[in-house]
Design a protein. Structure first.
Length: 402
């Protein structure tokens, strides 16, 4: 079976996901087309050789509807033969796109696939596509559905994780991000976004708040307490988790992921095809995994997904040098580290979505690129990338430097 190799991974900066954000004027199709052109230029890619374009996008409506993968390829001026497919595994969509591409290449049926993701959260509002997950009346045959923030607070309450714990983690995310920016840790992967006239719109991540302190974090109100208590959503959890009579709401805007815009692209191909193009592989995709978990608590998928990926790779937790665990909410990586016994100095070493933001469909692809860049910077071997997913799922990918 051919190895699925990663030859390059690039991304846009993350722009604040509101009208005042620097990427608000950029259509999502143009945001994605920009990274496709950049990947083509960096790799000297003959796009006629790309057999498919697999793109993650969560809110597939309006400007992000109608298979944005195909139309971004056309917008980028790629060969008309390049097909496209847009996938939605909620927050795991960008990583799912890469895993999908890896499976296509490893099957031997494809030689070269480009994968990635896009989300313009400033132009296409989260949840505007509707669906069962947004409807509190949905039962899942298990007792109800609640917003993810309530699930995060439920996890924290059950584990005895308090406000100071999540704020401390959030502060570390901001500090690590600031340090990474200062030393140029993201420079290799970042592709500036310009308008149609070539004028610079954004060349750096816009969401980080390096001035953050424990005091400033502590002054923020819990984001999900009102909807949980006022609208009775907390009560929905008691049928499934009767040992929690009252949820301690601790997640705020400061210790949860930020709403941002962004896009990413990753070139996945077989070793033989890469050699024929004169490319040097950067890493191979060693294993991938997805899993379902209890959908009310929803956010516990990274642990079983990572365990499954490790088992498929014949690896132990200690064999992994770096972990990227999406910071949807601070409790997610905290629970991950506790369950798997992973030290914090291996997890999100350059910060994460609390500092930089979470452009839903693109985040997984961005995290993989961050992990790869840092493996090379530290001269380490293996990294695991994992995300929690709405509806109760998890996804993980293990990469190994070539």
């Amino acid at each position: 079976m051919p190895n699925a190799m990663i030859f390059d991974a690039i991304r846009t900066p993350r722009g604040k996901g509101r009208k005042s954000g620097s990427l608000y004027t950029v259509r999502p199709v143009d945001l994605l087309a920009g990274v496709l052109r950049a990947l083509q230029a960096r790799m000297g890619l003959d796009t006629a050789a790309v057999e498919d374009l697999v793109i993650g996008c969560v809110t597939q409506t309006g400007e992000q509807g109608a298979c944005i993968a195909r139309f971004a390829a056309l917008e980028a001026g790629w060969d008309v033969d390049v097909a496209g497919v847009t996938v939605n595994r909620f927050c795991g969509s960008g990583l799912e796109a890469i895993n999908h591409a890896a499976a296509m290449v490893a099957s031997g049926w494809y030689d070269c696939v480009v994968a990635g993701g896009v989300e313009s959260m400033s132009r296409v509002a989260m949840g505007s596509d509707g669906g069962a997950i947004w409807d509190a009346r949905t039962q899942w045959n298990l007792g109800g559905s609640v917003p993810q923030g309530i699930s995060a607070d439920l996890i924290a309450t059950r584990r005895g994780i308090g406000r100071e714990d999540v704020d401390s983690f959030a502060l570390a995310s901001q500090q690590r991000c600031a340090s990474a920016v200062a030393r140029g840790a993201f420079d290799r992967s970042l592709v500036a976004v310009r308008d149609a006239n070539g004028l610079l719109l954004l060349d750096h991540d816009e969401h980080p708040r390096p001035e953050t302190t424990m005091d400033s974090l502590g002054g923020l109100s819990p984001a999900f307490e009102m909807i949980g208590t006022t609208y009775g959503l907390d009560a929905l959890t008691r049928a499934k988790y009767p040992e929690v009579p009252r949820i301690n709401h601790i997640h705020s805007a400061g210790n949860s992921s930020g709403i941002v815009d962004g896009a990413a692209a990753v070139l996945v191909a077989s070793e033989a095809f890469g050699a024929s193009m004169g490319w040097t592989p950067r890493a191979r995709i060693r294993s991938v995994a997805v899993c379902g978990t209890e959908p009310l608590i929803m956010l516990e998928g990274p642990v079983p997904a990572t365990q499954r990926a490790l088992a498929k790779a014949g690896m132990e937790v200690g064999d992994v040098d770096l972990f990227e665990v999406n910071e949807a909410f601070a409790v997610v990586p905290l629970a991950f580290m506790d369950d798997l016994g992973v030290p914090h100095d291996k997890v999100n070493v350059n910060g994460g979505a609390i500092a930089m933001g979470h452009p839903l469909g693109a985040t997984g692809a961005m995290l993989l690129g961050t992990a790869l860049d840092e493996l090379e910077a530290r001269d380490r071997t293996a990294a695991a990338v994992t995300l929690c997913i709405g509806g109760g799922m998890g996804i993980a990918t293990i990469i190994e430097r070539a």
